[in-house]
Each structure stands twice: as C-alpha cells, then as structure tokens.
Design a protein around this ligand. Structure first.
Ligand SMILES: [Fe+2]
Length: 251
C-alpha cells in the first residue's frame, strides 16, 4: 500500500511568475480529481481564497452556523475532543453527523502557521481502507444504517446530534464514504463495523500524508473520498480558515 502522490500546485512557475487563472484552475481540477486533494502553495497576497472556493459550489454552514469558519484554539476546549483546540484529532470524514449528504469538498487556508512542531492537516484516500474489504462486506456497509453522534466539544457548545446513515451511500456525483473512529456507534457484536474502525485507523496511521502550512497555503479535498485529521500543536496563534462546500442540491 502506498501513500498518496504529492498533489502540490504552485501558483508560480519556475521563473517565479504567477500562473494564469486558466492554467491554475485547470491544474487544480486535474489534481483534485486524480488524487482527491490539492495543496496550493506560493499563494500571492492578492489571491482571494473565498472567491476561488466559491467556484466549486455553495458554501455549507457548520453545525454552529458558521459559513467561513476560523480554526483557532479555544482556551476552554483543550480537555475535550474538538476541532478548536490544540490536540490531535482522530481520522474522520466531515459531516458524518449531518442529516442528509455531507459536504462534497472541504477547503482550509492558512492565516497564521503554527510555529514549532505539529499542526499539520493529515489525509488518507478512503479507498485504501475500503480496498481491504470484500465486495460482500462493502455491500453490507451500503445496506446497514449505523448511528453517529456529534463530538464532545460540539455537545459542550449546545450541538448534540444523533443521526442514522450507512457508511457507504451512492449519490448523484459519486460514492459517499462516512467514517469516524470515535463517533460512529459500533453495535455490540458487529464484527464488520468494529473492524472497519480499527483497521481504518491502523491504515490511516501508517499511510496518511501530512501537509504543513505556509501563510496563505490552501488545501482542498474531496470529502466523499478522503479522510482527514490533524496533528497536535503547541502554538496558540495557529489560525486557519475553513469552508465546507456543499454537494449540488440534486445530489
Ligand atoms: Fe474535520
């Protein structure tokens, strides 16, 4: 099993000149489609992240109602499992606890990189996990509804959700893979679900890629295909921006 290919896109060419809008967009879509994610680097100050990401679709608010979110450590959250603290997270797809279809793409860009160790966004192609399961097992992951809960951190912010979805679902535009190591409720005696979580985490830990940020770097990934997580960090000034891009309304 191999790691993902590098999927880095520089906004500048070998001479340091900015790529044209057309070339940048073409390369971006090729990399996103082929590899499931793109890491855009050498981003000029004039780059409008919000406008660029809007071309991919409508922004979908988070459970707390934020459209363009700030990922900054919140002081009272270091003792729980929550995106807005400095601890590591566990592998997941975004929006497994949402009603309906999860966001198609996620975009993160860097306002202030973490100084010192850590803070990388990590990712893995979910197909690397699903390939380990037989056709018959994958069919059961389409056919069985599981219960999913929101994170402890969100519960503390008043968002407490429980929904039922299968792990795999076919939608217009592709297959959705939902995954959460700690927030999918594994029913007693369900060997397949237990193995999916455990093997999923092992494969993730062995094979994920880790993206470090420079200022203005942008990462976009296909959330129906990729899992993501984060390494722990120390620097309280680390600051990312986040948007979720909705699937088309008829998906
Ligand atoms: Fe996430």
């Amino acid at each position: 099993m191999s790691k993902l290919p590098d999927s880095v896109l520089s906004c500048t060419d070998v001479n340091g000149d900015l790529l044209s809008d057309g070339v940048l967009r073409y390369a971006f879509h090729q990399l996103l489609g082929n590899n499931g994610y793109v890491h855009v680097v050498n981003v000029p100050k004039s780059f409008d992240h919000v406008a660029f990401l809007k071309e991919l679709g409508d922004f979908q608010p988070t459970p707390t109602g934020t459209v363009v979110g700030d990922l900054k450590p919140e002081a009272d959250m270091d003792d729980t499992y929550h995106a807005q603290n400095r601890k590591s997270l566990l592998p997941h797809s975004e929006g497994y606890e949402f009603r309906g279809v999860p966001p198609r793409y996620l975009g993160l860009w860097c306002v202030t990189p973490a100084s010192g160790e850590g803070g990388e966004t990590t990712m893995l192609d979910g197909n690397q996990i699903l390939d380990e399961f037989t056709e018959e097992e994958r069919q059961r992951l389409f056919d069985t509804a599981y219960e999913w809960k929101s994170t402890e951190g969100l519960s503390r912010r008043g968002v407490d959700v429980r929904v039922e979805h299968p792990v795999l679902e076919n939608r217009k535009g592709g297959r959705v893979f939902r995954f959460s190591y700690n927030n999918m409720i594994v029913p007693e005696g369900d060997e397949l679900a237990a193995r999916l979580c455990e093997r999923g985490k092992e494969i993730y830990d062995e094979n994920h890629i880790a993206v470090s940020y420079e200022q203005r770097d942008l990462i976009v990934w296909d959330n129906w295909r990729m899992l993501h997580s984060r390494n722990a960090f120390e620097d309280p000034s680390r600051h990312l921006k986040r948007v979720q891009i909705a699937a088309p309304i008829d998906a």
